[in-house]
Design a protein. Structure first.
Lengths: 959, 117
């Protein structure tokens, strides 16, 4: 990496950073906004010019920064001649466009948005041409598709704008997908994703059997981007964009990206017959077709759009020829096309802006009204036609010379002929642009009163036209060096560049003469030809495209709706069947080892437990319509699951399961209060049979899978042994499960308590929203649909109140005990949190939630927050000791006369767990109970409904 | 014993699947709860079954149940409580807002209901 190379990422980043400015600066007025859009562009351009001298001397500047080296994705930038040319075009013409757009956009248009999109696009383009890493290049490539979508669809109120933008996105985005595939293949062949490496691997790449697929995929990307036949149709539709966008995208940037990439990869991809046939043929066809259509377009911008397609085809063809000389011409024409085409687009925009139409049939005679615009447009159009001594002439002549030397389809003259025809049409439409818009008699039916715009608007095209003339007159002075260094980068060799006007009476000269004369003749015959064209049938791209898109959308909708129409039952069924199918494939596809473990003997106790579990599960399914019974049975199932944990040596799990069971059932009971008591019987027998079938297959499959696992030993050594060995020495605890939770995998636990806290907050937020909405108003008029005669009259029975008050300290004591022993014996923060939550819940059940809550000082939100905070601080504490997050420590303390006891930082973490679990559980239940209060449940003022103490107090008060 | 354990998981799975495929939110919640048991037991079973050897270190004992699945399942149990609570709340909110606890689309009216479960 050299010091100048460090400028490259800054150049690429400047437009992106600058994109933040216009949106803010528009508040300060349109001039300020445009100025602050220009500043990052000017800065980037200046930095580029700082780099330019060394590049012009043949140096290649590089910058490297590892981003994801494992994937080969690095932020590597490179600046050679090709990159310099393109970056210069992008930034230079970008600057002119910023100036032009300031005067073009009407005050109603949101200018801040426009400039933001423009800078985003500019940044993406600069990124493409400066990238050294092809993965990085792909990222920028996709960014250009996205940002050009925003630019083309800038006039959101116009359906053409929206449709054109969508079409451009679909075509270029689709090509981008192909390009990703091609580039990945290319990178794999070359063994690196860095261009600087890839470009040295020509033989390896061209000998690879994957060369052709990679080539086709990459070319798909380039052709769609550069609007090559048959993907050319998106470009004219993109003309619905404001003219500055068209001028920028279609002269210097977006469509040139495809050309850039072809030129970039030219050293390794070009030179094979495949390359020649695909690229040169596509370019040639595109050139002729584009030029022919352009002649018959009445919309100025459509004419220029198709002429752009044609010229892109010309450059593509030159790159496709695969010779160094042709590559030099391609490079030269890229420069020339950018200058005259941007100027032409801008003059078209001026005409549109001033005459309020760009329909050629309604124009004519404008040279008297708009002399400046006329001059600019004429010079640029003559250059496009290839009239000497302008720059367009030079490159077109060189192009004709190249085609005259090339055999195509077995005929040595065919390519030259077609190229001449293309040039002929090109002359015709260029002349038409001059003749039918500016020449002819002055009309009196213009939609507006056309006149030359202010300097600000014609300055940019005028500047470009000056370049057109200067390069035309003195090509070696103004462009020779740049062409040379660019062509050197494209061909990876030292090309011979000598551009001059007079080549003698060579074939190219005569081809040129034919083209000019023929073009003039075509223009003379334009009226009858146009009539013929209008009556001739021809395929229209847009209806075809729309039909294809519609069909694709319909297919996608049908598939999505078929799989997921919003009904949970359907997607759940499809999901279950899919998982079972996948499991079946995995099961039959693999081979299993024979059983290695000894089967444990069955004793009577687990047998009884199993029978009860299965019976209550079956009962649950049978009686599930009675929701209350279902809940009771669910509790029974949970109880037996806990018993199972006890039996199979998992006391911690059993404790957790049983306490979670209690809170879950209470939660469901509270919810059931508002839900219908019964589930109606509404599914058909066939449907139930289907569901039962899925369920049965699922059950059998899970049984088989579990059994297969249980009777076999681990295939590889388990990491559990490590935990068992290090639990006491490393974690300072003998309860390995707890040590894993708070120490070995403390970070997991840390994440889990945060999730739990978030879940509780979600529940709280949901409840608040529901209660504030229409549901809350409905709830206020709601009465429970219970039978009043069957309801207990005593909501808060005295017996229960007294019993829970007595139990409260005991329960808290148990909680504390479970918590403290957790590190060494079954227990810990999770379980203690649940137990204490149940202790609180008992108070709520006895005296009502509101009564209990009024006696509580700390809110549950705070408890959750404190819990997470304590856990975090414990984790951070280990940083103070220079250890990683959540490293724990322990030791022993001895205060006589108490016995020696152990301390561990893990216990502080466990306190955090404890508090979060407690807060989360309580907040969830509190939210549900606040629904009950929303339903108008009375809040009792005293602890119990019948309170013998009240009478006593009253009497005491009297005395 | 292994077969008992495996078939227990299978029974819970089958019942859970059947209930999840019902058309109202409440049985779906109960079904998911059953599936939670099944999944937790399955994960726990991945440590293989062990009798009378809890993973609490004792002098002179050197075979213990596998502690790792136990630790993972312990947090899973607590998290699944949080998940059940959220789903219950969603179902309740949906029922109170729409006065209907269907999680299926009525084919006749094709009301696009948001039942949330």
């Amino acid at each position: 990496m050299d010091s100048a190379g460090a400028l490259l990422p800054i150049i690429a980043a400047l437009p992106f950073l600058g994109a933040l400015l216009p949106g803010l600066m528009i508040q300060a007025g349109r001039n300020t906004c445009a100025t602050f859009t220009a500043i990052p562009t000017i800065l980037a351009l200046t930095l580029l010019l700082v780099c330019a001298p060394s590049v012009m001397q043949g140096e290649v500047l590089t910058f490297g920064l590892d981003w994801m080296p494992g994937l080969g994705l690095n932020v590597n930038f490179m600046l050679d001649g090709l990159g310099l040319l393109f970056a210069g075009l992008i930034l230079g013409i970008g600057l002119l466009i910023i100036l032009y757009a300031r005067f073009y956009l009407s005050p109603d248009d949101p200018m801040g948005q426009f400039y933001t999109y423009l800078l985003l696009f500019q940044g993406a383009m600069v990124g493409i041409v400066l990238s050294d890493n092809i993965l990085l290049l792909l990222v920028f490539w996709e960014l250009t598709s996205l940002s050009s979508f925003l630019l083309i669809g800038y006039w959101k109120h116009l359906p053409e704008g929206r449709q054109g933008a969508r079409m451009a996105l679909l075509v270029t985005g689709g090509g981008g997908l192909a390009l990703i595939g091609g580039m990945l293949i290319l990178g794999n062949i070359a063994g690196s994703y860095d261009l600087s490496v890839i470009l040295t691997q020509k033989e390896v790449i061209q000998d690879s059997p994957l060369y052709l697929p990679a080539l086709i995929l990459i070319l798909l990307g380039c052709f769609t981007k550069s609007a090559q036949f048959p993907f050319h149709f998106w470009l004219p539709h993109a003309m619905a964009a404001p003219t500055p966008v068209s001028a920028y995208l279609h002269s210097a940037t977006m469509v040139k990206a495809g050309l850039f990439l072809m030129a970039r990869l030219w050293p390794v991809l070009a030179g094979t017959p495949e390359w020649f046939w695909i690229v040169a043929s596509t370019g040639l066809i595109t050139m002729v077709i584009g030029a022919k259509i352009a002649l018959f377009k009445d919309d100025l911008k459509a004419l220029l759009a198709f002429s752009t397609v044609s010229h892109l085809g010309l450059i593509t063809m030159l790159l496709g020829l695969g010779t160094r000389a042709a590559a030099v011409v391609a490079v030269f024409h890229i420069i020339n096309h950018a200058t005259f085409k941007a100027a032409l687009f801008m003059t078209a925009g001026i005409v549109d802006h001033e005459a309020h139409t760009r329909d050629i049939k309604r124009l004519g005679g404008l040279r008297h009204l708009m002399p400046i615009t006329f001059t600019i447009a004429t010079v640029a159009a003559l250059s496009m036609a290839g009239i000497p001594p302008l720059n367009g002439f030079l490159s077109k002549e060189m192009m004709l010379a190249e085609t005259a030397d090339t055999a195509w389809l077995g005929a040595s003259w065919l390519m030259g002929l077609l190229a001449t025809i293309g040039a002929l049409f090109s002359v015709a439409y260029s002349f038409r642009y001059i003749a039918h818009v500016f020449l002819g008699p002055k009309r009196d039916d213009y939609p507006a009163h056309p006149h030359d715009p202010g300097f600000g608007m014609w300055a940019a095209p005028a500047f470009l036209t000056v370049l057109v003339i200067l390069i035309g007159l003195m090509p070696m002075t103004f462009a020779g060096g740049l062409v040379e260094v660019t062509a050197a980068a494209v061909t990876q060799s030292d090309p011979y560049v000598n551009i001059y006007h007079w080549h003698g009476f060579v074939p190219a000269f005569w081809m040129s003469v034919v083209a000019v004369l023929g073009g003039a003749a075509l223009l003379a015959l334009h009226r009858p030809l146009q009539a013929m064209w209008n009556t001739a049938p021809r395929p229209e791209a847009k209806p075809l495209f729309d039909a294809v898109t519609r069909a694709a959308t319909r297919a996608a909708t049908a598939l999505t709706d078929g799989l997921h129409n919003g009904a949970l039952t359907r997607s759940a069924a499809i999901f279950s069947v899919f998982v079972l199918g996948a499991g079946w494939i995995a099961w039959t596809g693999g081979d299993t080892q024979p059983a290695t473990r000894e089967i444990l003997p069955v004793s009577i106790l687990p047998m009884i437990g199993w029978i009860l579990l299965v019976l209550s599960t079956i009962g649950l399914v049978v009686f599930h319509r009675n929701r209350f019974v279902a809940l009771v049975l669910l509790g029974v199932v949970g109880l037996f699951v806990s018993m199972g944990f006890v039996y199979f040596s998992a006391p911690d799990l059993a404790l957790t399961q049983i306490s979670v069971e209690v809170v879950t059932i209470i939660l469901l009971l509270l919810a059931l209060n508002f839900l219908p008591r019964e589930t109606p019987n509404e599914s058909s027998p066939a449907r139930r049979l289907r569901d039962a079938g899925i369920a049965a297959v699922g059950g059998v499959a899970v049984t088989a899978l579990s059994y297969a696992i249980l009777v076999r030993d681990f295939a590889d050594e388990s990491i559990s042994a490590f935990h068992l060995e290090n639990s006491y020495e490393g974690g300072g605890g003998t309860n390995v499960v707890n040590v894993i939770l708070v120490d070995f995998r403390g970070f997991d636990t840390y994440g889990e308590i945060i999730v739990l806290g978030i879940a509780a907050l979600v529940i709280y937020a949901l409840t608040e929203t529901v209660l504030k909405g229409p549901a809350g108003r409905w709830l206020a008029t709601w009465t429970p649909d219970t039978n009043p005669e069957g309801e207990a009259g005593d909501r808060h029975p005295m017996m229960m109140v007294v019993a829970t008050r007595v139990m409260m300290p005991i329960a808290l004591m148990v909680g504390a005990f479970i918590f403290l022993r957790g590190h060494n014996e079954p227990g810990g923060g999770f379980i203690a949190g649940l137990i204490v939550a149940i202790a609180f819940l008992m108070q709520y059940m006895a005296s009502g939630f509101a009564w209990a809550e009024a006696r509580q000082r700390i809110t549950y939100h705070a408890i959750i927050g404190i819990g997470v905070l304590i856990a975090s601080l414990t984790g951070l504490g280990s940083w103070l000791a220079g250890r990683p997050f959540l490293t724990s420590d322990y030791g022993y303390l001895h205060f006589p006369p108490i016995e020696e006891f152990e301390w561990a930082t893990a216990i502080a973490f466990d306190i955090g767990v404890f508090l979060t679990v407690l807060g989360a559980v309580m907040l969830a239940l509190k939210s549900l109970s606040s629904m009950a209060r929303g339903a108008g449940e009375t809040v009792n003022e005293t602890a119990m409904d019948i309170n013998p103490a009240r009478k006593t107090t009253a009497r005491e008060g009297n005395t | 014993m292994e077969l008992l354990f495996a078939s227990g998981i299978g029974t819970l799975t089958a019942a859970g699947l059947y209930l999840v495929l019902r058309m109202r939110s409440f049985p779906v919640i109960v079904g998911v709860a059953l599936l939670t048991y099944a999944v937790n037991l399955f994960l726990f079973g991945a440590g293989r079954l062990a009798l009378d050897m809890p993973a609490v270190l004792r002098d002179g004992v050197d075979t213990y149940a596998d502690p790792l699945p136990q630790a993972l399942v312990l947090t899973a149990i607590v998290i699944s409580f949080g998940m059940t609570a959220v789903v219950v709340m969603l179902a309740l909110g949906a029922y109170l807002s729409a006065r209907d606890d269907r999680v299926d689309i009525d084919p006749e009216t094709d009301r696009d209901e948001e039942t949330g479960t």
